[in-house]
Design a protein. Structure first.
Length: 234
């Protein structure tokens, strides 16, 4: 499996942030101007249709460039960009870190860790469910760092770790947890793994059935699994 050390996602968002520079004007609804949207489609090679979709004569709004919009949304979510007084600007707090692709990647990794618990939490009535799943995920990835894991088996392991005595994820509802919630859980685990793969932390096969930590991910796992220093720590 490829190591996945290079993150095209981080590279694209780094280019986007550098393009914004000292600021770019947006429309009254907070959208990029059409001309700027088309420029970014070319610069970032997003693959968006230049007219906003097949069969359309021209682009009426940058909102109709879905891949570009997803990059913008992620940059805002990761506190790299924000809109202020009719302009899209860099967030000063992270401007220095955003100068390099690796700096951008690190901010995106932090954002992925921050948002993963909510993604991993179907309606199971436990406020700590997502955090527990994320901790179990990194524990399993770290424990098996030199081997590829089958994603479906990993999902069952995570479910069993946070919902004890339920058996396989396909079993009938137990402890008030619906089968729909467990099916959604499997989908959400796959989404989180794909997010981490885009950032070079894990590698997945083309069918997305196998997953393994990359060297970068292995280092990340070590950092996440270091116990927090207590008041009596030296």
């Amino acid at each position: 499996m490829p190591e996945g050390d290079i993150s095209p996602l981080a590279t694209a968002i780094h280019q986007l942030v550098q393009w914004v520079g000292t600021g770019r004007s947006v429309t009254t609804t907070g959208e990029l101007r059409v001309a700027d949207g088309l420029e970014l489609v070319q610069l970032l090679d997003t693959g968006d249709h230049p007219c906003g979709g097949a069969g359309l004569d021209r682009l009426s709004s940058a909102r109709n460039l879905p891949v570009l919009q997803s990059l913008l949304s992620l940059a805002v979510e990761a506190s790299l960009l924000r809109t202020q007084r009719g302009r899209l600007i860099q967030v000063k707090k992270h401007a220095r870190q955003a100068v390099t692709v690796e700096g951008v990647r690190r901010l995106l990794v932090e954002n992925a860790h921050r948002t993963a618990p909510a993604t991993l939490a179907p309606d199971v009535g436990r406020s700590d469910f997502g955090d527990a799943v994320l901790a179990a995920l990194w524990k399993e990835l770290s424990r098996n760092r030199h081997a590829s894991l089958v994603v479906s088996e990993l999902t069952c392991t995570l479910w069993s770790a946070v919902v004890p005595d339920t058996g396989a994820i396909e079993l009938a509802p137990i402890s008030g947890v619906s089968a729909d919630a467990r099916a959604q859980f499997a989908e959400m685990v796959a989404l989180v793994l794909m997010d981490y793969a885009q950032l070079g932390l894990v590698a997945m096969d083309p069918e997305q059935t196998l997953v393994q930590l990359t060297p970068i991910g292995s280092h990340e796992a070590d950092e996440r699994l270091v116990p927090a220093a207590g008041p009596d720590s030296p």
